[in-house]
Design a binder for this molecule. Structure first.
Ligand SMILES: NC(=O)C1=CN([C@@H]2O[C@H](COP(=O)(O)OP(=O)(O)OC[C@H]3O[C@@H](n4cnc5c(N)ncnc54)[C@H](OP(=O)(O)O)[C@@H]3O)[C@@H](O)[C@H]2O)[C@@H](O)CC1
Ligand SMILES: Nc1ncnc2c1ncn2[C@@H]1O[C@H](COP(=O)(O)OP(=O)(O)O)[C@@H](O)[C@H]1O
Length: 450
């Protein structure tokens, strides 16, 4: 058993159906899985309980409750006061939430909701067994009106995608994992991203070796967005970075605060990676047909996504692009517009939504937000576990778009999916500080990760 995040490698995630298959096969040769699970929970509980008070263990009707009962037995054998009940003891030292795990299949019944509320109110830290009760393992959404907000979750046997995206990040608390000695014997349902290697830079390389990025966007009043993206592409190591600011007069500098940036257009730079849409406003619509047809690799963000959502002819141009050449970076509202749904239903299953977008537009999609999801046709989806609310500030998405463009410029042969996985993870790690990080600061935080 070990703490999980930050992860130093990419890890396999298994949805509920896959976890059940793995469990069923493992039980055939290791019938003592529940004993292993219970022991592991008891060990972690011993380390986490805050004082000499009783450990409250609340067990449900299935095997999740079975794990909890074994843990209670182990704790009692170790001389710890254990309170095995659906109602709280006086001043519990820790709560073990073993009500519902993988088997959650409907909104929790009222009596379970009452126990969940009592757990939350009792003042002790909550250790959830496998999943916080009421949280769906595939999507990270509560099945009903509420799910337990745990302080710690010990995932057992497999890592479930729902703990890493959507509401899962807010419900799981600190994440722990015990594989119970079983190596999964089927392919993962999704990847949990680890860090990727920075693009190689040969001793004899020159600026022409590291590609070109062209940022198109920045309508009057929102030019900062395009400049943030351009500065980030530069910090990422792209050989040359150009900006095409909408409505900028011919004699103005690309970015007076960043003299390395140059002005350019798609017509002049047909090999550049386009990063298009940042702060672009409605004016991007007119430029989009040429950009979609002309530039061999595109990162499409913000207003360019909104323009595409509103125009079937732009959607057709997008779908006609070469495979693995286009990367969309919508936040949930932009993604909902592209799919023609609302954000609540989109957020209810972020993995499915990202995959639906990737299929519909034949693109790689980064569905941003807590636990960003990366999906591409024919690829296993990935979830980014790094990042946090420090990133919830204007401009951090522009920085992501610029970083993706900068990475892609330096790795022209790489498919969009690989660039997205590497870039989103690096961006998240750079934004793991507490509080709020200004988007401009994020750029300098990203640069050392190259
Ligand atoms: N077997 C092993 O050795 C191992 C097992 N492991 C552990 O087992 C867990 C999975 O166990 P599980 O399959 O029994 O499912 P679990 O989460 O206990 O729930 C099922 C029960 O809850 C009920 N129920 C469902 N929804 C409900 C609701 N909303 N409101 C009320 N009731 C509801 C459902 O009722 P039913 O639908 O049948 O009426 C059924 O009775 C897994 O998460 C892990 O902890 C691992 O440690 C690996 C080793
Ligand atoms: N709570 C959070 N946890 C993790 N990542 C977050 C969180 N809030 C925002 N982010 C990340 O910050 C970025 C915000 O992008 P976006 O909404 O497009 O911002 P902007 O348009 O202002 O640049 C995305 O990469 C998103 O995943």
């Amino acid at each position: 058993m070990h703490a999980l995040l930050p992860t130093t490698t990419t890890l396999p995630l298994f949805d509920v159906a896959a976890s059940r298959r793995i469990e069923a096969r493992a039980l055939a040769h290791s019938p003592d899985l529940m004993a292993r699970a219970g022991l592991s929970i008891a060990k972690l509980a011993l380390a986490l309980r805050r004082d000499e008070g009783p450990v409250w263990v609340a067990c449900g009707p299935g095997n999740n409750g079975g794990d909890g009962r074994v843990a209670a037995q182990r704790l009692a054998e170790a001389g710890i006061a254990v309170h095995l009940s659906h109602s709280p003891p006086e001043r519990p030292a820790l709560v073990i939430d073993a009500l519902l795990g993988l088997g959650l299949n409907r909104a929790p019944a009222p009596e379970l909701l009452a126990t969940m509320a009592a757990m939350q109110a009792c003042g002790a830290a909550i250790l959830a067994v496998d999943l916080p009760s009421g949280l769906l393992g595939d999507t990270g959404q509560p099945a009903g009106e509420r799910a337990v907000r745990a302080d710690h979750t010990l995932q057992l046997l497999t890592l479930k995608p729902g703990l890493f995206t959507g509401e899962g990040r807010a419900h799981g608390g600190r994440l722990w994992f015990d594989d119970l000695g079983i190596t999964p014997d089927e392919a993962a349902s999704a990847d949990l991203l680890g860090p990727a290697a920075a693009p190689a830079r040969s001793q004899t390389s020159h600026k022409g070796s590291h590609g070109q990025v062209l940022v198109v966007g920045g309508a009057p009043g929102t030019q900062g967005a395009a400049r943030l993206a351009a500065r980030t592409a530069l910090a990422c190591g792209a050989g040359r970075v150009y900006v095409d600011l909408l409505d900028l007069s011919a004699d103005e500098a690309a970015d007076p605060g960043q003299p390395e940036l140059m002005r350019g257009t798609a017509a002049e730079l047909p090999q550049a990676v386009g990063v298009i849409g940042c702060g672009a406003g409605a004016a991007i619509s007119d430029a989009l047909p040429a950009l979609l047809q002309r530039l061999p690799r595109l990162v499409i963000d913000a207003d360019a996504l909104n323009a595409i959502a509103a125009d079937a002819s732009l959607q057709a141009l997008l779908c006609a692009r070469a495979p693995a050449s286009t990367l969309l970076t919508p936040h949930p509202l932009e993604a909902a517009r592209l799919l023609g749904c609302d954000t609540v239903s989109l957020q209810a299953d972020r993995l499915a939504a990202a995959q639906a977008l990737a299929e519909r537009f034949s693109c790689t999609v980064v569905l941003k937000g807590s636990g960003s999801v990366i999906a591409s046709r024919g690829e296993r989806p990935a979830i980014c576990a790094s990042g946090g609310p420090a990133l919830a500030t204007a401009g951090s998405g522009d920085v992501l778009a610029g970083w993706l463009g900068g990475l892609w410029a330096q790795q022209p042969g790489a498919p969009a999916h690989r660039i997205a996985c590497a870039g989103v993870d690096a961006h998240g790690r750079a934004g793991e500080a507490g509080g709020v990080r200004r988007a401009g600061d994020l750029i300098s935080q990203l640069a050392p990760s190259r």
